[in-house]
Design a protein around this ligand. Sequence first.
Ligand code: PRP
Length: 598
Amino acid sequence: MATSRKLTPDGTSDKLFDACAAEKKITDGLAAVFEEAGYRQVRTPGLEFLSVFASSASYFPPEEMYKLSDNKGRLVAVRPDSTIAIARLTATKLKGAALPLRIYYAQSVYRRQPEHRGRDSEVMQMGVELIGEAGFSADVDMVGLAIRSLSAVYGGRFRIEIGHVGLYKKLMERLGAGAETQGRIYRYVTSKNYSALEDVLVDAGDRETAGLLLRLPGLFGGAEALGEAAALFDGYDEDITEMLGYLARVMDALAARGYADSVMIDLGLVNQAEYYSSLVFKGYGESAGEPLLSGGRYDELFCDFGERMPATGFGMNIDLLAEVHLCCPFFHYPIERAEKRQAPLGGEGAGAGAATDGAARILGGDAYVGGLGGGGLENNGKYARPLRVALTKGRLEKDFMALMEASGYDMDPLRGKGRKLLIGIPGPGGAEDGALEIFLAKAPDVVTYVEQGVCEIGIVGKDTLLEHGGTYYEILDMGLGKCRFALAAPSGGPVAGGAAPRAVASKYPQYAGRYFERLGLDVNIIRIDGSVEIAPLLGLADSIVDIVETGTTLRENGLEVVRYIRDISARLIVNVTGMKLRKAEVEALASRLAEGRG
Ligand code: PRP
């Protein structure tokens, strides 16, 4: 019997009883919120013609879509997105219907995910679309509905972040990069792969714009983030100044509705920039490493279907919500509360009251029943466990311990850890405040742990970040583990003499590939996982791209540096949600380390 008969494809899974029950509670809870706000349900087919998703405005990387052919041999895609399908439906079946249309959906989307990154290819989503209403108050109402929806089904602390995709678009316009480079920049910005982004922008002619693009991801927080952005963009572009003013007004209006504690600014948000046009937002919750909710205004999308209609909406990741619901028992609380709720939510005003009530109780923490394994809050509203740090094993370990000691931490528990894997470190001077949990991991695993949100912080070399990319904030150059990326080749050989390399061995095939692509050289990259210096000696390659620290390994193996490519050092990276929800703790640690570094 074929083994595959007993398996499900990568990125898919069977959902058993508890998972289905949790999903039902959440979808029922959300349907009640959506219907009370006047939204009605539709369902679009699981298969659509590929052209629905492949037009210029509704960009999806073709490699992410599952494609097959219908009975007439025409190409169809397994639904990768619901908003585009609903735009098609509105422009056809609902053409001429009275506006605005309030539509909601509950259906799965399917997107191929990179292998072994722990992401699902099939995701159950539920969301709303408000079609035919433009303007400020529709934008504010939509963010308000997002907050009420999360309040109804998510018991933990959450934040909605708002941004303006126009900033990114404007910067790209000013940068004037070619289509291929633009595609790469977009990919790196959407995946928050800032190491690779930095790499692409190295050659950008407009240094000011390249610098501003790199600053975008760091511009998040409260009103101060808008102030910082206003100063940064002052005199750069009037449209951007206007966009920042718009965001300030949205923040004020949300604060006036009692949502001040639930919203933040994030100017690095670009969502799916190809179809979002202005305001965008995402919802993050504690205990969930990935966004729970994502949405924004997409006024241009309908042009693809021959219509002009303003629209805004959001989608929620039901699988993720159900997962959190199952692993954190107290998360049942808000759903049960929503079920018992006497007064209907009604319009925005009534909803705001109910959400504020829910948010106040959640943020105040009095609803919580104790510490949570997964990183929840204790009764007093503090996190149940200290910040968790993944430290790269090997070379960095010793240097990192010395830096921690210089920053006031007692690292003896890590030194004497024996076979224990997760080590508690008290705060500076033995205090409870600033305590950490540290574990050791291989460099690429540090990135995976941080991306997935099982730890907030990673200490890892820039070489690994450049090679593996990923979604995280890189907030501190720790000044440790300094070395350089270099192209090296046998002394006296053709490459050392100036010939273009043809076959390059490297532990960093992605990075090396990008480097030669930038130079316009067609090079065969051979991936080697260690002791790469031996490859030219054995004739496997004519050169290597590797890190060089003292240069001893090269010298002892008859190789020499042909060209230094870039400096490398250890960085402190932070999970995206962790950075948003535990900003003060993360920043306190970073500034202690920066001080210790001197
Ligand atoms: C790195 C690198 C070089 C060596 C350079 O390897 O890949 O081999 O260090 O250091 P040097 O310039 O001071 O001689 P690492 O020690 O990490 O081992 P590996 O090759 O087994 O990965």
